[in-house]
Design a protein around this ligand. Structure first.
Ligand code: A3P
Length: 314
């Protein structure tokens, strides 16, 4: 995306890989990207100017990103209005969460020249799948807050397999589970490897707990009230009463979002996927219905090896 086209040259020289049969990937600094996402990430690195009151959500794919978007958007909307949205308007019923909280390298920095975000009213809310190491310096140096969400790797993989299968025709059937699993274990998928991604944010959140809140999908599922209160307090927007938090959780629930017309019928224009593909079962431990005992054991081994000594349990 550089004006002189130098990004193109860099892309051509990077190691290549693929996920599913036709999702081409390139590797840079240890992480795998779709080429257009990497181009956008490079533009984002050069141009994004974080403000101290920005909020940046981050996640690996299929770990509950859209749930986090819906929750944070609703928490901010209660207090702010403005660009985040007028108070009391049911904006989640109008658009998919990814419309309200745009992903920097998928929906913001996709044009050349890059968009001018300076006119956006504060506080701004963005999302990214980028690893911590690839974030623009201004995000790291400013006082902006970040919220990272992660999930059990087996459920993450199974969610991802289902998600990309929705792109396939009935004639094609599902992509071979074994092949997708192999790619996941090797870290070769969008923004992978999973464990490097998680550990970067985990370690930064330990160093800077005031800046990065680290959440787990399973904790949110098991105890949404405490986790959402924690999230709102971290964002400096605590709830006035229990009723308010319960209502917000209901409004952002999978059951509700899944059944909204906009999410049942709409199509994500950025990656040509039906919005319905983003809302599936949301069941903790759903991997048991898909993975073989050998696959489960292998991923458990990788997980304990990668997370050993980190203090993180997934
Ligand atoms: P499953 O495929 O296991 O159902 P992402 O938003 O990062 O793409 O993650 C998608 C996963 O989050 C899917 O998991 C999806 O069903 C689940 N999800 C989406 N919205 C949710 C919500 N409001 N509450 C809980 N889970 C949600």
């Amino acid at each position: 995306m550089d004006p002189d086209g130098s990004t193109k040259i860099v892309l051509d020289q990077l190691p290549k890989g693929s996920f599913f049969e036709n999702l081409d990937l390139v590797q840079r600094d240890g992480f795998w990207y779709r080429p257009r996402h990497l181009e956008a990430a490079i533009a984002c690195y050069s141009w994004f100017d974080a403000r101290d009151d920005d909020v940046i959500l981050a996640s690996s794919m299929k770990t509950g990103s859209n749930w986090l978007k819906a929750l944070c958007f609703s928490i901010m909307q209660r207090h702010c209005g403005g660009d985040v949205g007028a108070k009391n308007e049911d904006l989640l019923a109008r658009h998919h969460p990814s419309f309200h909280v745009r992903t920097l390298e998928v929906r913001v920095y996709t044009e050349n020249p890059p968009p001018d975000l300076s006119g956006m009213q504060s506080p701004r809310l963005f999302h990214t799948h980028l690893p911590y190491s690839a974030l623009p310096e201004s995000i790291k140096k400013s006082k902006c807050k970040m919220v990272y969400i992660t999930r059990n790797p087996k459920d993450t993989f199974v969610s991802m397999w289902h998600f990309f299968n929705t792109r396939r025709t009935p004639e094609q059937g599902s992509y071979p589970l074994e092949d997708a699993f192999e790619s996941f274990c090797n870290g070769v998928f969008h923004f992978g490897p999973f464990f490097d991604h998680v550990l970067q944010y985990w370690n930064q959140s330990l160093k800077m707990p005031h800046k990065i809140l680290f959440l787990k999908y399973e904790d949110l599922r098991r105890n949404p009230k405490d986790q959402v209160k924690r999230l709102a307090s971290f964002l400096g927007k605590p709830f006035a009463d229990e009723e308010e938090v319960e209502e917000l959780i209901r409004n952002c629930s999978l059951e509700r979002l899944k059944n909204l017309e906009v999410n049942k019928k709409g199509v994500d224009p950025w990656i040509d996927m039906p919005y319905s593909a983003y809302f599936r079962k949301g069941v903790v431990g759903d991997w048991e219905n898909v993975l073989t005992p050998e696959m489960s054991q292998r991923l458990d081994q990788i997980t304990s090896m990668k997370l050993e000594g980190s203090g993180l349990d997934l």
